[in-house]
Design a protein around this ligand. Structure first.
Ligand SMILES: [Ca+2]
Ligand SMILES: [Ca+2]
Length: 370
């Protein structure tokens, strides 16, 4: 599924620019906390392969980011070496039940539930773009709405629809609800929504490098579990089987989102790191990122924008990873750790969610430096 095309097709209704503030981390300064942190670290090192409050330890190290596979999309190439430090990562995508706890405690209103500010929205549109009809300016979100028959796959507006009243509590629109979906990943989440949740639980969003390191699971393979898509005939992730977009066969057991942990974990113990829903990361999307790193393309002019998508020059996009239940082998082969897409930072959809990470505890090493 090509988000850049979505945005082009829905040029007037997709980018809802809303300002968001960076969450500043509070530095731990008390000596007692550092000592306690050191004790925790020792305990963690003794159980690195174990779970802590639904998170697993990702050891960190140097890895191959991106890929040199010819079949991969240009934005994934060429492969580069990247180092990440160790961190804790949620074993699953954030679920509806978890997000509900956050909303109950804080009264938080997601971007998809807020009134749309045309003055802000038009900053991401070409000058002179007319204001859309009032009907389209009501709160809502993008919902996958498959056609009944085969359609040309160059026009994604044939299966992505703007639905007024669609949001995380009503994923298919106002008539839908979350009954029976407590353990499904929360969707219709914009970047600032994910950031707000992460701050509330004392975590943060992963960088793209952290996410990809974790997804690769210590393997340097095409998928997060190895080089075969369905080893031994087993489905390893919730993707799309059939002729996209109209023929969703659901051979893996699900035609939409699945409850988290419905498929086997990767070697680090992460569930649905591939498929189910795309996952937001903290990085701005730059389609030429790896080419710039190896000197094949000039540095990004950040005075113009922090992201770059030649197909969508006006939008401000964050990187999403892992693909979703809509990724099929006949259209969008994004169920691979190196795959990457841009997602307008102020918009959610029915197939984008997130998971959080957390840094290791502070150590006594920090004290000796003071
Ligand atoms: Ca599926
Ligand atoms: Ca996922």
């Amino acid at each position: 599924m090509h988000f850049k095309t979505i945005i082009k097709s829905h040029f007037y209704i997709f980018p809802f620019l809303l300002l968001f503030g960076c969450q500043e981390k509070k530095a731990e300064t008390k000596k007692e906390n550092l000592i306690q942190g050191s004790k925790n670290r020792v305990e963690q090192n003794d159980s690195m392969d174990k779970v802590k409050d639904g998170m697993v330890w990702i050891p960190g190290g140097t890895f191959t980011m991106g890929t040199n596979e010819k079949e991969a999309y240009p934005a994934e190439r060429p492969a580069v070496k990247k180092k990440v430090e160790g961190f804790w990562m949620d074993q699953t995508e954030v679920t509806n039940a978890q997000f509900r706890e956050f909303v109950k405690a804080t009264g938080y209103l997601t971007v998809a539930e807020r009134e749309i500010d045309w003055e802000e929205m038009k900053k991401q549109l070409p000058e002179g773009t007319p204001k859309p009809d009032d009907e389209l300016m009501k709160p809502g979100s993008m919902v996958f709405s498959p056609p009944a028959h085969a359609v040309p796959t160059h026009d994604i507006s044939l299966w992505w629809k703007w639905v007024t009243g669609a949001n995380w509590q009503h994923p298919e629109g106002p008539e839908s609800d979350l009954k029976g979906k407590d353990q499904h990943p929360v969707v219709h989440i914009a970047f600032e929504d994910a950031q707000a949740y992460a701050a509330w639980v004392g975590k943060r969003l992963p960088t793209e490098a952290e996410w990809e390191f974790a997804a690769k699971g210590g393997l340097n393979a095409r998928y997060s579990w190895g080089d075969e898509l369905n080893p031994g005939g087993q489905f390893m992730a919730n993707t799309f089987q059939g002729d996209f977009p109209h023929e969703n066969e659901g051979k893996d057991g699900f035609t939409g989102t699945a409850p988290v942990k419905s498929f086997p974990p990767n070697p680090y113990g992460l569930y649905d790191i591939i498929g189910n829903v795309w996952e937001l990361t903290d990085d701005w999307y730059d389609a030429l990122k790896y080419n710039r790193l190896v000197g094949n393309a000039p540095a990004l002019d950040t005075s113009i924008s922090q992201c770059y998508n030649p197909s969508n020059p006006y939008a401000q996009e964050r990187v999403i990873k892992g693909g979703s239940f809509l990724c099929s082998d006949n259209y969008c082969v994004n169920y691979r750790p190196s795959a990457r897409h841009g997602q307008a930072y102020d918009s959610g959809t029915s197939n984008v969610g997130f998971r959080c990470v957390q840094d290791d505890q502070p150590t006594l090493l920090g004290l000796s430096d003071r």
